[in-house]
Ligand binder design. Structure first.
Ligand code: DHE
Length: 515
């Protein structure tokens, strides 16, 4: 890869005293890696949608000091603080024109690894169903772990800023990983090799795998589309424009796989609709209206689409985000915009059936469910309040709230453990991880493995015997706990590990994981 060398010439020092001209500074110093239109090249796209929460001082620090263990150099000796601040502002300004990113552009971005040969059997001797991946956001890598010995089988580079859970093929052999820049990477766990990658969007949210493993859906903010890829070779199957019934284009907040329904479910950010897209080639036509046909002298039903990728609209009273599904994917709870309510939508009848108070921005996508006193309950953290809500999934009433030491992001459990684990992601106690009894709903222990360090996200081994916890710091680790005694058994150094994903728990839709 190309690495910038920053020569400290007299001319460049002279340049620091010029008035800030961030567009010119961008052209002079950033274009080679980040592309002339800020949409990424070797480096990531530099637009507000991708930079996300990396604003002001954080962004300035990266421009000034560079990013350790990446190709990004520091510009402290080339640009003075005013020009760095102006450049950071410029990068956080939305683009005037977003280029077309349709089938032709996506197809042109596709690269397949030239020397990739699929291995006839795994090149390792571990249990293929207990392989666990760790996304390391510190230097954009994924570690492939043997889930029995915790030995590292491989560590491979990902596109910049992976977000959301990687999705495994139903046999657990391949994994698909998505970055916020819209790149989708396919990796063969048996061969320990990348198969290829394609840029499915310019700014994307997450991916979902169809029930039969044939299609991968990519939810995009930019452009406002859903990209459907063949999992076989990452070719484009379809690019669906996302336009609400009233003609408004909408970003897709997230796409979810609903295997029992043989469909994808889409959360639309800008239109009061939920979309269901069939992944079953024999899906019934979906009728969306009637027109008077002059030729035939009759009122004719209009099928918007039929068969594979048939699209159904479910109208709701306002856009809903961040879904939790019940076990048979009959109902979902979505978070209303005001961040204070959950709305229950029955997908079979296609309408809202209940509403429940869920103040403090529930993070329903992290919700998990289990049996308690003969009832099916679910729990969700709240991003803005130090509590968890426990909800009865038959009556859709909140049974109780559990107070925590701060707002959390992720919940996790496993069929074989009596506990669920809840992180504290925000605030002074973000070094805490609560372990909670699924029946009594009491916190049985609060772990603090590295005082002061963020500790978050849990994944279990296939049998639920061990829980893996991220120390979410650049110089971080994955800590392996005995899930029964809650004692630490191993500490594996990692670069800012975020999510962890066990093949078995994911492909069997374990009740303790978010899907
Ligand atoms: Fe996520 C999953 C949305 C911020 C790390 N996040 C998801 C999913 C959605 C979502 C819809 C489920 C998709 C899936 O797995 O297929 N996340 C959002 C947001 O709207 C939010 C709040 C704001 C945003 O910037 O997009 C957000 N998420 C974050 C972060 O700041 C996190 C902590 C760090 C990061 O990497 O960006 C983060 N999100 C994650 C992770 C998962 C995730 C690790 C997968 C969890 C899992 O166990 O499956």
């Amino acid at each position: 890869m190309i690495r910038f060398t920053v020569s400290i010439s007299a001319a460049l020092f002279a340049a620091t005293s010029l008035a800030a001209d961030p567009a010119r500074d961008y052209a002079d110093h950033c274009t080679d890696c980040h592309g002339p239109s800020r949409l990424g090249a070797l480096g990531p796209a530099l637009i507000p949608q991708t930079l996300g929460r990396m604003r002001g001082p954080n962004l300035e620090a990266v421009i000034r000091d560079g990013r350790a263990a990446t190709q990004m150099p520091g510009f402290a000796e080339v640009l003075d603080p005013d020009r760095i601040a102006a450049l950071a502002d410029y990068l956080n300004t939305p683009l005037d024109d977003v280029p077309a990113w349709g089938e032709a552009e996506i197809t042109a971005s596709r690269t397949l690894t030239p020397d990739y040969t699929p291995a006839p059997a795994p090149v390792w001797s571990s249990d293929p169903m207990n392989i666990t991946l760790v996304v390391e956001t510190g230097d954009h890598h994924v570690s492939v772990l043997d889930g029995d010995t915790f030995e590292l089988l491989d560590r491979f580079e990902t596109p910049f800023a992976v977000h959301g859970g990687p999705k495994f093929s139903p046999d657990g052999r391949y994994v698909f990983i998505m970055s916020r820049d819209g790149w989708v990477q396919k990796y063969d766990l048996w061969s320990l090799s990348e198969v290829g990658r394609v840029r499915a969007g310019l700014n994307s949210r997450n991916i979902a795998m169809s029930h039969d493993g044939k299609w991968l859906a990519v939810a995009n903010y930019l452009p406002m589309t859903l990209t459907l890829l063949s999992t076989e070779d990452l070719s484009v199957a379809r690019v669906m424009e996302v336009i609400g019934k009233d003609g408004t284009s909408s970003r897709v907040s997230a796409v979810y796989q609903a295997p029992q329904r043989k469909s994808f479910i889409l959360a639309l950010k800008d239109a009061p609709e939920i979309w269901e897209v069939a992944t079953d080639p024999n899906a019934e036509p979906v009728y969306e209206g009637f027109v008077h046909s002059r030729e035939k002298g009759m009122v004719e039903a209009i099928a918007s689409s039929e068969g594979l990728f048939a699209r159904r609209r479910i109208e709701v009273t306002e856009p809903l985000d961040d879904f939790f599904f019940d076990d048979d994917y009959r109902n979902l709870i979505g978070a209303a915009r005001d961040g204070r309510r959950g709305v229950v939508v029955n997908l079979n009848v296609g309408r809202e059936i209940a509403e429940l108070p869920l103040d403090g921005m529930p993070h329903l996508g992290s919700g998990i469910s289990w049996d308690r006193d003969g009832r099916r309950v679910m729990a969700t953290p709240h991003l803005k309040e130090a509590k968890l809500s426990v909800i009865d999934t038959e009556t859709w009433e909140r049974l109780t709230t559990i107070e925590t030491e701060g707002p959390g992001f992720f919940l996790r459990s496993h069929e074989n453990t009596p506990y669920f684990w809840a992180d504290v992601f925000f605030g002074p106690n973000r070094d805490a991880m609560h372990v909670i009894d699924k029946q009594s709903l009491e916190i049985v222990k609060t772990l603090r493995p590295v005082p002061g360090a963020t500790v978050a996200h849990v994944e279990f081994t296939r049998d639920g015997r061990y829980a893996l916890v991220s120390v979410w710091e650049d110089d971080g680790a994955v800590i392996v706990y005995d899930a029964a005694t809650l004692e630490e058994v191993r500490r594996l150094p990692m670069r800012k590990p975020s999510g962890k994903y066990n093949v078995w728990n994911k492909i069997t839709f374990s009740e303790g994981t978010s899907h």
